[in-house]
Design a protein around this ligand. Structure first.
Ligand SMILES: [Zn+2]
Length: 253
């Protein structure tokens, strides 16, 4: 994690939808304490047991992931958080040990905010408290959905879902910087299994593979292969925090 500076221009909000959702006075409460940094893929934000003292807001196409280590020494991905949200102290309000490992999945800009500054701002503003409480509810919905998804949906459906989910964060292109290794962690399966699924999608003309990334050739058909878990989560975001979840690139505008 490379700390940099405050947001470049005063008045210009960072490209994080949760921060952009705040009203002017709420944003003004936290803006002086936000710092901008660049995180690289696989940077560690929290390990289980770490004191949670900072909220990290992914910006643009940056993506963080919650991983649960298990007894075999393999991390299994539970949910991805992009610019629709934040990681660290969202539910606990901070100062408790982290339960999961949180790492950077797609590198890029992140905004960092000390938990004590966020908590002080929340105690001064009911509307700020409300936005973060609503976000915590959406985060929990994502976790519930992920549990159900892992239990009942096929590896193929989940692969298509993850690729679509990652592509939604990347506004400008159909390239998803996801390696087979990362995909196998996302799915909780061996690398060769993940590669087989990608080969199937490739043979059907849905994707192409590039070095360290996947190019989506046919988002509409890939979406049909995905389960509807992303849609369920997005619908909940739309009810609870309208406009915060990144839009679907294949949806009619
Ligand atoms: Zn699913």
């Amino acid at each position: 994690m490379i700390p940099q500076a405050r947001p470049d221009r005063a008045g210009e909000r960072p490209h994080n939808n949760l921060l952009r959702r705040l009203n002017e006075s709420d944003f003004a409460l936290i803006a002086p304490h936000l710092t901008q940094g660049h995180c690289a893929p696989d940077d560690l934000l929290y390990d289980p047991g770490d004191d949670v003292d900072t909220v990290h807001f992914p910006c643009g196409a940056s993506l963080a992931s919650y991983l649960v280590p298990n007894e075999e020494g393999r991390d299994v991905e539970t949910i991805l958080v992009g610019r629709e949200g934040a990681v660290g102290g969202i539910v606990s309000l901070g100062y408790l040990p982290a339960y999961t490992r949180i790492t950077v999945k797609f590198g890029g800009t992140f905004m960092h905010l000390p938990i004590n500054k966020l908590e002080a701002a929340k105690s001064n503003s009911r509307s700020l408290r409300n936005v973060f409480a609503r976000y915590a509810d959406c985060l929990l919905a994502q976790v519930f959905q992920s549990t159900a998804c892992n239990a009942i949906h096929s590896i193929e459906q989940r692969t298509a879902k993850w690729i679509m989910s990652a592509m939604e964060r990347n506004e400008d292109s159909n390239i998803v910087p996801l390696t087979h290794e990362q995909l196998s962690t996302l799915l909780g399966v061996g690398r060769s299994y993940a590669s087989r699924v990608i080969q199937t999608f490739k043979a059907e003309g849905l994707v192409e593979t590039r070095r360290g990334s996947i190019l989506v050739r046919d988002p509409d058909r890939l979406k049909i292969r995905a389960c509807l878990c992303n849609e369920s989560v997005k619908n909940h975001f739309e009810e609870v925090l309208r406009g915060v979840y990144p839009s679907d690139p294949t949806a009619d505008s």
